[in-house]
Ligand binder design. Structure first.
Ligand code: MSP
Length: 623
């Protein structure tokens, strides 16, 4: 049975962090597991490059959107290589063959009468790249429920998709195929949403050009999510080898996504496919989100986890192991740096590393040729079926539990059989442990590809490849052992935790020491100052000193209330660049939310605005 697994395609607006790495590592592990089972496997990842968000960011950086996208696409490729990701293809939505397939999908939907022309008027959140109904927004201030930033009012000609026709077919799909949306709590959410009835949706935009043109209507670009979702299909069109992964009815097609984008994948995507008359995927699996040391991950907090940093400090496989073992796939979880080191020492250095190391140590010390017996004393076959069931059910953490039962069992076996006693059958005891280690090296390969190979090399097996391993009676000629996972001692642990500590926390510690009224550079660094361009200004009703401004920060827009109405007429402000405090907690002033502060001279009466004397792009940091 062919197995096709995909990650979401990542926006080229951000460098890869632990959230992106997690989805990709999970997919990699599942892809490698299915290869181990001897299946034909295709694993796809890539980047999502069109849309208003990227167009604006490129404009602010004064480069073309394509140049902007290139930089991030390269960063993703390099990160996946460093994290041992075994993707078979990397798709970019700016690839011409993808763009052609998106247009083909549009034509198929159009031919089936599911698209009509109209005019859209409503709210749009650029960071989400989605429309919101008034009811969904947070008040006051018309804020996006996800980004807590003001959405924009959009009024433009648009094509619509008859999503409303798919309420019933989708409910039937979820009913007939409970495995379509997983885990069950996400399925319930999706079913409840669809049961409320679906409304037709806008699927083209006319106010910017960075996207795939609507066939026959070059002023329209196709809605970025329709374009992006289509990648899973279009990547299977570009080689004969890839086609069966979508076309063969026995193929299992799995889209792994974060919980925030489940609706796009479990509602819109199957509806688009039904409208085009194309086959559906088998499963949309939504995983949870990581917090970091108990806090939401955010650039402002300075706690964004760079997977490459952890991987270079402790090892790629140790990082992969931790995120796969720490939480079940589905619920949210917390990445705690101290727990990362604790688990590394207990499970990798101690349980597994030491098992291999002590066994090889004894083989060399006693100068014997270890040979395993015909029957396995550890219950490998049962553990392997638990392992397989767990991975078939998308539960890598459970599969690792099954492996660790074997690892711990083998350590107990050595303690009980005491091969150091001269009268013990040493060659057989140690041979059995080494044969178990051989099987383990294969079972662990999907999780820790590099260390598994190192383990096989130490067992004297070179890069032995096998499909699903099985216990064998055999002899070994291992090489001298070096620890697979060197222990992290207390000094090194202190050093690592210090290095990984978010900058914000370091600044707080400095603050508690300062007592003469002066502040340290770190403390000053806590203030996130940015260049902001004023895009609109209007009076706040019944407040003669206040203006409500919307400012452009490059990546996003913010609404801010400023006490400058007596010094500036609103229309004179548009286009001005000012210095902006970007990490101020939001405050509500006269019923209007203010999400930051612009710097100005003066006290109660403002005398002048801060300014930047060169043409610097919005969003640039000020120090
Ligand atoms: N471009 C869209 C996906 C289009 S797929 C047709 C997108 N990109 S993204 O780069 O913003 O996010 C990609 C994935 O990263 C999402 O699945 C999201 O859930 C995941 N994560 C982002 N932050 C995360 C955490 N803190 N924790 C876990 N995953 C998180 O959405």
């Amino acid at each position: 049975m062919p197995f096709y697994i995909t990650t979401p395609i990542y926006y080229v607006s951000d460098v890869p962090h632990i959230g992106h790495a997690y989805t990709t590592i999970v997919c990699d592990t599942l892809a490698r597991y299915h290869r181990l089972r001897g299946q034909s496997v295709r694993f796809l990842t890539g980047t999502d490059e069109h849309g208003q968000k990227i167009a604006r960011m490129a404009e602010a950086a004064k480069v073309t959107p394509r140049q902007y996208a290139d930089k991030f696409a390269d960063a993703y490729r390099a990160t996946w290589k460093a994290l041992e990701i075994s993707n078979d293809d990397f798709i970019r939505t700016t690839d011409p063959d993808h763009e052609a397939t998106v247009q083909e999908m549009w034509r198929a939907m159009e031919k089936n009468g599911t698209i009509y022309e109209g005019e859209y008027e409503g709210w749009y959140c650029v960071p989400c790249e989605r429309f919101y109904t008034e009811k969904e927004l947070l008040q006051p201030g018309n804020l996006c429920p996800d980004h807590k930033r003001p959405v924009e009012l959009v009024k433009e000609k648009s094509f619509y998709f008859r999503l409303s026709q798919y309420t019933q077919p989708l409910l039937e799909l979820y009913e007939k195929h409970p495995e379509f949306v997983q885990p069950a709590n996400r399925r319930n959410e999706v079913v409840a949403f669809v049961r409320e009835g679906l409304r037709d949706m806008s699927i083209s935009r006319t106010t910017f050009a960075w996207g795939v043109p609507v066939p026959g209507h070059p002023k329209h670009v196709i809605y970025v999510w329709l374009d992006a979702l289509c990648n899973y299909y279009s990547a299977t069109r570009r080689s004969d080898e890839a086609k069966p992964f979508w076309d063969d009815p026995s193929s299992q097609i799995v889209h792994m996504v974060g919980k925030d984008i489940i609706r796009f994948h479990a509602v819109f995507w199957p509806a688009f496919l039904m409208a085009a008359g194309w086959p559906l995927p088998s499963t949309i699996f939504a995983h949870g989100w990581w917090t970091i040391d108990g806090e939401k991950m955010s650039k402002t907090l300075g706690n964004v986890v760079d997977p490459l940093k952890l991987a270079s400090d402790v090892g790629v496989d140790a990082f992969r192991y931790h995120v796969l073992r720490e939480i079940p796939l589905g619920p949210d979880g917390d990445f705690n740096h101290e727990a990362f080191i604790g688990r590394y020492n207990a499970e990798l250095a101690n349980d597994l590393g030491n098992l291999v190391n002590r066994t090889l140590g004894m083989v060399h010390k006693y100068g014997i040729v270890p040979a395993s017996s015909a029957t396995d004393p550890f219950g490998v076959a049962d553990a392997m079926s638990d392992y397989a069931r767990a991975l078939d059910e998308f539960q890598p953490s459970k599969a690792l539990e099954a492996v660790w039962e074997l690892v711990r069992g083998a350590n107990t076996y050595i303690d009980q059989k005491a091969p150091w006693k001269p009268e013990s059958p040493r060659a057989e005891i140690l041979g059995n442990v080494l044969e178990l280690c051989r099987v383990l090296s294969h079972l662990l390969e999907p999780f820790m590809p590099e260390r598994s190979l190192a383990m096989r090399a130490q067992l004297g097996l070179g890069d032995e490849k096998t499909a699903w391993p099985a216990w064998q009676a055999r002899s070994f000629s291992p090489t001298p052992a070096t620890p697979l996972f060197p222990r992290i001692d207390d000094d090194r642990k202190k050093e690592l935790l210090e290095r990984w500590r978010p900058k914000r926390v370091a600044a707080e510690a400095a603050e508690s020491q300062a007592d003469d009224g002066r502040i340290s550079v770190d403390e000053f660094g806590k203030v996130d100052l940015r260049v902001a361009k004023i895009v609109s200004a209007e009076p706040v009703p019944k407040a003669k000193k206040l203006l409500k401004l919307v400012v452009d920060l490059g990546e996003e827009r913010r609404q801010v209330v400023a006490g400058i109405a007596e010094a500036y007429a609103p229309e004179t402000l548009v286009g001005k660049k000012v210095i902006f405090v970007a990490n101020l907690k939001p405050a509500t002033i006269r019923g209007v939310e203010s999400q930051g502060m612009i710097l100005a001279a003066g006290g109660a009466d403002i005398l002048g605005l801060s300014a930047i004397d060169q043409d610097v792009p919005p969003g640039t940091k000020v120090r």
